[in-house]
Ligand binder design. Structure first.
Ligand code: GMT
Length: 378
């Protein structure tokens, strides 16, 4: 199949999932065309089966806002015609489903049929898409997609609750390639560079936005390090980073907290981590938790959104109510204070992650594509 994929090319989970999906589909013989404003961060293997088409938005003094949707839909029309693309898969509704719909309509004028699959990822529904400024356009684009998928049951329920949706939403969870994380193959884990042997390593990875409750990460760690020797690795960049650095200074724990910035090599950090903290306000899935779990890292998270579908309470880690810093700290200590318990949770995390193995999930998308092609044949 010849498939065009539209996604955010940045470090966010939706872009990573879309990129990994494209690469996996290419390995299975499909021809994949990524269409976005820069090369996706995880797309390091451009090959004959994988192409990247950059969307340029020319600057013009009249424009206060550059019309990205317009440029994206035009680019899609051109790519579809040039490469005989059969299907479009857009990740993150805003503005991709909207631009995809416009491309679909423009192509239809020329007698070209382009089925569109839209995957909802989270904040396109729960935070941004739900805003009255966007809601009519998001509702319209979801209702006019040929197939709609969501990355968790919780996100499906939220979509049905917040929007007037006419078509079915299929749940296809995010996935991970477990074979890449086989400890026997990966021998480059440089733990000793980061912490002393006696110290436990706690990690948080995100885009440091308000929804991630970065201050809770610091407060939980503060309580942990009072009881045991520990270090905190803060990975990512975003608007809340400065406030987090200030809080670390205020609590006088700067020697125990490392801000590592954005990283292309999170597996190198996760390989030496013992515990992953994700105290988010909202999280439709929590892909970073899954990345931690596949590396055998226990997770203490909130019980919001799709997190209980990923982090299994008492097996891969623990779940607490949003803002319950006290409980998240005591649960973290429960995992970290005893080496046998820690090992049990690490193994539990890896086992749960295996349910989300790429081999189980990519065929679900292939089935969806086949059905979408059959349904929309004119
Ligand atoms: O949080 C965002 O807005 C970014 C978005 C993204 O593009 O990564 O994250 C959402 O999609 C991820 C991939 O499906 C999910 O793992 C995240 O849970 C989800 N974020 C939220 O729901 C806050």
């Amino acid at each position: 199949m010849k498939i065009a994929i539209v996604c955010y090319p940045t470090f966010g989970g939706s872009g990573v999932v879309a990129t990994e999906l494209g690469l996996a589909l290419a390995k299975r013989g499909h021809e994949i065309h990524f269409v976005t404003y820069s090369q996706p961060v995880r797309l390091d293997q451009l090959s004959g089966n994988v192409r990247f088409h950059e969307v340029h938005v020319p600057e013009y003094p009249l424009f206060h806002y550059q019309p990205y949707e317009l440029a994206l839909s035009s680019k899609l029309v051109n790519v579809v015609k040039q490469f005989n693309i059969e299907l479009l898969h857009v990740h993150y509704a805003i503005p991709h489903a909207y631009a995809g719909y416009m491309a679909k309509k423009m192509l239809a004028e020329e007698g070209i049929n382009l089925p569109m699959v839209t995957t909802l990822h989270g904040t396109d529904i729960t935070l941004v898409g739900n805003h009255p400024f966007y809601k009519p356009a998001v509702t319209f684009s979801i209702n006019n997609s040929d197939v709609v998928t969501s990355v968790s049951n919780s996100l499906k329920e939220d979509t049905l609750k917040f929007f007037k949706i006419k078509n079915e939403i299929k749940v296809v969870p995010n996935f991970i390639d477990c074979s890449k994380y086989d400890k026997k193959e990966f021998t480059d884990c440089q733990r000793e560079m980061m912490a002393e042997k006696k110290e436990k390593i706690i990690t948080h990875i995100s885009n440091f936005r308000k929804v991630k409750r970065i201050d809770d990460v610091i407060k939980i760690f503060y309580k942990i390090q009072k009881r045991i020797d520990a270090k905190l690795m803060m990975v990512g960049e975003g608007p809340e980073k400065e406030a987090a650095e200030d809080l670390v200074d205020e609590l006088n724990i700067s020697d125990k907290v490392m801000f590592l910035g954005q990283s292309h090599e999170i597996d190198k950090i996760l390989c030496f981590s013992d515990l992953f903290l994700l105290p988010s306000e909202k999280e439709s899935f929590g892909f970073s938790a899954l990345e931690a779990m596949v590396n055998g890292v226990a997770v203490v998270s909130t019980n919001t959104g799709g997190l209980p579908e990923v982090n299994i309470d008492g097996v891969s880690g623990y779940l607490s109510n949003v803002g319950d810093v006290e409980e998240m700290a005591s649960r973290s200590l429960k995992i970290l204070e005893n080496d046998e318990t820690l090992e049990r949770f690490k193994q539990g995390a890896r086992k749960v992650a295996e349910k989300f193995d790429i081999q189980n999930i990519v065929p679900l998308y292939e089935d969806i594509y086949k059905k979408a092609l059959q349904q929309t044949v004119v």
